[in-house]
Design a protein around this ligand. Structure first.
Ligand code: ZN
Ligand code: ZN
Length: 658
């Protein structure tokens, strides 16, 4: 039988309904930014709408808004806008201020601000996708409050490269910080343009294409660039000139090396540091746990080439759409063997489109074919590039695996190459997807099973790459960025191991205000912090005050909800009818009649006792304090439900007076 959601009134009707009070209610849940303002829609003039609040029983602190543990761990979900400005004075003359606003308590949403005198420049404005701590949220961007309050000082947003953890927040961040000019290399600007097009209501981006040997001046700050190796072309490092030396950040990078021998081109690119005085280095900590050098991308290109040559059937390669260098190489190589290429998945199509637009490669007309035409060619004449190597629910490969792909069917004899590592947390999704793929007779070659033929390499430097960079740039001070706290600490240890005094390293949090003294001799962290609460983009709203919404979502997911609707006679203080009860994701009402009977008794007694007591007190006939009654009721019912079921549903009491 098909399950349908019952309407409010049809649920848990009391077997002996008293007076029919067909109150129509709307209790919106989940979209408010403030639970105190969830209104019950007015249901006719006679009824006084009451504010609705939620209650959840918690062991520690019983009562309203019981906190779920995941939100206690750190205050990052607190509404930080209340601490606006927090009396952070402008930097004193000669001070160099550096504020990592994102990317130092996570991998993703990178953003760093540098403030010198009257000028602020911002480096990167990334995003990260929501995780189990932010259910239902589209994505998260860095907190821009500090910058919003100093808009007129911002001279530039400079982007290191076109990955989403560096550009994903650009449109929304720009609109919040006064739309300063944006500087980056060609491909990154093209990627940003695509992203900006998704927000047609926002002002146009003031784009400036720079090359790696360009020099720009932002206010009084002079900025230079250098090219770095990463998985996307046109990645660049940034050099900010100060009177005490350079501030250097390479963005994401790995070294172009084989067996530890760094290529001539790479050596040339970094030669600018040989005689330079580097004041401060800020660099990537993503792979700080990995020993040795990172696997060179060239080995992956060779591995994929050898597989494409060897495999005689149809080949499906699933990869990160952001690995443009690799994808471009595969397209070129497959074309050279006379294979047709199919691009499947939105980001795959967009990114290849951008790469072609940027002139990175130019496939012949007819090489890239629509997926519908794949079957018009023999299997060994086709290579399909798909999104979904992480088992993402709606990505192409997963649709193929669970047979919901509308335009594509797997055949026996197909080979699937998973040209990606599994991001921690996605393991189960990937396993399930692999099951689906093999059930349809496909063979899978993954990162793990590859013998000689490498099918994936990281885009970030391992320990030896990192050490090389430290030695090459020989900075006075160091701030590890791009990584969770423990990664930053490991990176600090590595720097100290290389000879840097401990007091010259700062391990930041998001919002840490770091200052280099006017004589360039000391690095310290101010006691005030820039606001760092996460900014959630949720549907059409963007806010750092949605902690309540997210907390409710987590609770709802864990223990469901329980709604109580009681109709009270304002004159007598008696219930007009037996209360309506609604349970979602908590207990199945039909099988818990005894529990419900007890709850109804509690409600009746709780409401009537208090309402009558209250009535006798209000001699002037003023309204009964239903807010108080509701609070009391919410607390006692959530406690009772916990005692009986060991579940902590979100309890929503609604009391209507007639
Ligand atoms: Zn990157
Ligand atoms: Zn990155």
């Amino acid at each position: 039988m098909k399950k349908t959601r019952l309407s409010f009134s049809s649920l848990s009707k009391d077997p002996n309904p008293g007076e029919s009070g067909s109150a129509r209610l709307t209790v919106p849940i989940g979209k408010q930014t403030d639970r105190e303002h969830k209104n019950v829609e007015r249901a006719g003039d006679r009824k006084r709408p009451m504010k609705s609040s939620t209650y959840q029983y918690s062991k520690k602190r019983f009562g309203q808004g019981g906190r779920s543990r995941s939100f206690d761990a750190k205050n990052q979900y607190k509404n930080t806008s209340s601490g606006k400005n927090a009396n952070i004075p402008p930097p004193a003359p000669g001070i160099i201020r550096v504020i990592p606003l994102g990317g130092v308590e996570e991998i993703g949403k990178n953003m760093t601000a540098i403030e010198i005198g009257e000028d602020i420049i911002v480096i990167d404005a990334g995003m990260h996708f929501s995780n189990e701590a932010t259910p239902g949220v589209d994505y998260v961007i860095p907190n821009t409050t500090y910058l919003e309050e100093r808009k007129d000082k911002i001279r530039a947003l400079i982007i290191t490269h076109g990955h989403l953890d560096h550009i994903g927040g650009v449109p929304l961040v720009l609109s919040r910080i006064g739309n300063p000019p944006v500087y980056s290399r060609n491909l990154s600007i093209l990627m940003m343009r695509k992203r900006q097009a998704e927000f047609p209501h926002l002002p146009a981006m003031k784009e400036n294409i720079v090359e790696k040997d360009s020099i720009i001046t932002c206010g009084k700050i002079k900025i230079k660039f250098f090219g770095v190796t990463h998985t996307i072309p046109d990645s660049m490092g940034i050099i900010v000139e100060t009177e005490h030396g350079w501030i250097v950040t390479p963005g994401d990078y790995k070294l172009d090396q084989v067996d530890g021998i760094v290529s001539v081109e790479e050596e040339k690119e970094y030669a600018i540091f040989d005689k330079a005085k580097v004041l401060l280095l800020m660099t990537d900590s993503t792979n700080i746990e990995n020993e040795g050098f990172s696997l060179p991308e060239i080995k992956v290109h060779q591995g994929l080439e050898s597989l494409i040559k060897k495999i005689n059937g149809r080949i499906i390669i699933a990869a990160f759409a952001s690995h443009i260098t690799r994808l471009a190489h595969v397209v070129k190589f497959a074309e050279s063997l006379g294979r047709k290429i199919v691009l499947d998945g939105r980001s795959m199509k967009t990114n290849i489109e951008v790469a072609i637009e940027a002139g990175l490669f130019a496939p012949k007309k007819g090489t890239i074919i629509p997926i519908e035409e794949a079957n018009n060619y023999p299997p060994n004449k086709v290579v399909i590039l798909m999104t979904g190597a992480q088992g993402e629910e709606f990505a192409s490969l997963n649709r193929a695996a669970n047979k919901t792909h509308t335009k594509f069917l797997l055949h026996k004899g197909d080979t699937i190459i998973l040209s990606a590592s599994i991001i921690p947390g996605n393991e189960r999704a990937v396993e399930k997807m692999k099951d689906g793929l093999t059930r349809q007779g496909a063979r899978i070659i993954s990162y793990r099973t590859a013998g000689e033929d490498f099918v994936h390499a990281t885009g970030h430097g391992n320990q030896e790459d990192v050490k090389w960079l430290h030695r090459k740039t020989h900075p006075k001070f160091f701030i590890p960025i791009h990584g969770n706290h423990y990664r930053l600490v490991l990176h600090k240890e590595l720097a100290v191991e290389l000879g840097m005094p401990e007091e010259n390293v700062v391990v930041p949090d998001n919002g840490s205000i770091i200052e280099i003294s006017p004589d360039g001799q000391k690095i310290t962290v101010r006691k005030e912090k820039a606001p760092s609460g996460i900014m959630m983009v949720d549907g059409v709203s963007i806010s750092d005050t949605q902690d309540v919404v997210i907390r409710d979502r987590v609770m709802l997911a864990q223990d469901g909800m329980f709604v109580i609707i009681a109709l009270v006679d304002q004159k007598t203080g008696k219930l007009k009818k037996s209360p309506d009860l609604i349970s979602r994701g908590f207990v199945y009402l039909k099988e818990n009649q005894e529990l419900l009977r007890q709850v109804r008794i509690m409600i009746k007694k709780g409401v009537e006792d208090r309402a009558i007591k209250n009535l006798t007190r209000t001699t002037d006939g003023g309204p009964v304090d239903f807010d108080y009654i509701k609070k009391d009721l919410g607390e006692s019912i959530s406690k009772f439900l916990y005692q009986k079921t060991e579940k902590r549903p979100l309890v929503i009491p609604v009391i209507l007076s007639v």
